[in-house]
Design a protein around this ligand. Structure first.
Ligand code: NDP
Length: 274
């Protein structure tokens, strides 16, 4: 039995709970005694995570959800509220990144989809959950952004645009709803070992933007920070901590930052084919 604490009995909705940070956060929230509603597109993976949680004595439900489909968002959130009676914590985590030269990214499959999932999807899920939290004058919305929400590296143009967008959305909404008892937090991790890199593309570009393994965090260490944030709401969590001075440097010395990042891609550069 999990020890009682301020998270015990809370209902947590997680998007993108079928792998990586979402799946690990689901396991950890359940261990804290939360009831977790797991959502994503891959039902087999969600069921496997839920199976582990229930086998360990926790409580988990699975709901198939593509966050880019507004009707599904509305139906699934209603189903979750019908099942659990409320949503205390929303962990907006679903997302992916395709990293490449802008002209190589497919307009529909890559550019439009990345914006639809990472940014519009997160906004629509939040907008649908929010009235339930407002009615109860309580709740915590945790939005997964990235270090790419602070520093826009070359080849990350669209991904960084979605993650900067999440930061802006998070900051505005926090100021909009704090007065009504609702916390809104942004979490901004650097590179971590998850299935994320399977979707970033496959090219010299991918190899160039890949962090060495010793610099990558584990998925569970990021998930632990999400649970910690839920226990003690704060506006912003940047991971790992040493990225804070890097972000400070990038925002105060933009020309030097440009120079450093341009050196990184110079050796890769090529013009689009005629
Ligand atoms: P994973 O690829 O392991 O997880 C991504 C999750 O998002 C999966 O559960 C996937 O589920 C879900 N997802 C993708 N598209 C959709 C969709 N259309 N609708 C619903 N769910 C979707 O990677 P991570 O755990 O690393 O990624 C989680 C979040 O963390 C992302 O937002 C990512 O941008 C962010 N992030 C990742 C970092 C990293 O280095 N790993 C660093 C900083 C931020 P399914 O395919 O089953 O739908």
């Amino acid at each position: 039995m999990p020890a009682r604490n301020r998270l015990t009995g809370q209902v947590v909705l997680i998007t993108g709970a079928s792998s990586g940070f979402g799946a690990d956060a689901a396991r950890l929230f359940a261990r804290e005694g939360c009831r977790v509603a797991l959502t994503a597109r891959r039902m087999d993976r969600l069921q496997a995570v839920a199976g582990e949680i229930t086998a360990a004595g926790g409580e988990a439900g699975v709901f198939q959800l593509d966050v880019a489909e507004l009707q599904q968002v509305e139906d699934v959130i209603q189903a979750i509220v019908d099942t659990y009676g409320r949503i205390d914590i929303l962990f907006n985590n679903a997302g992916f990144g395709r990293l490449d030269w802008l002209e190589n990214l497919d307009s529909e499959r890559e550019i439009a989809d990345m914006i639809a999932v990472n940014l519009t999807g997160l906004i629509q899920v939040t907008r649908t959950v929010l009235p339930h939290m407002l009615r109860r004058r309580s709740g915590h919305i945790i939005n997964m952004s990235s270090i790419a929400g602070w520093i826009a590296a070359p080849l990350y143009s669209i991904y960084a645009a979605t993650k900067f967008g999440i930061r802006a959305f998070t900051e505005s909404l926090r100021r909009e709803v704090r007065h009504f008892g609702i916390h809104v937090s942004g979490i901004y991790p650097g590179g971590a070992a998850t299935e994320f890199s399977r979707h970033t593309g496959d090219s010299s570009v991918k190899r160039a933007v890949r962090l060495p393994s010793w610099l990558r965090m584990t998925s569970e260490s990021v998930a632990r920070q999400v649970v910690r944030l839920a226990k003690r709401p704060r506006p912003t969590v940047i991971l790992p901590g040493w990225m804070l001075p890097v972000i400070f440097f990038a925002s105060h010395f933009p020309r030097l930052t440009d120079w450093i990042l341009v050196q990184g891609v110079k050796r890769l550069h090529r013009l689009p084919e005629e």
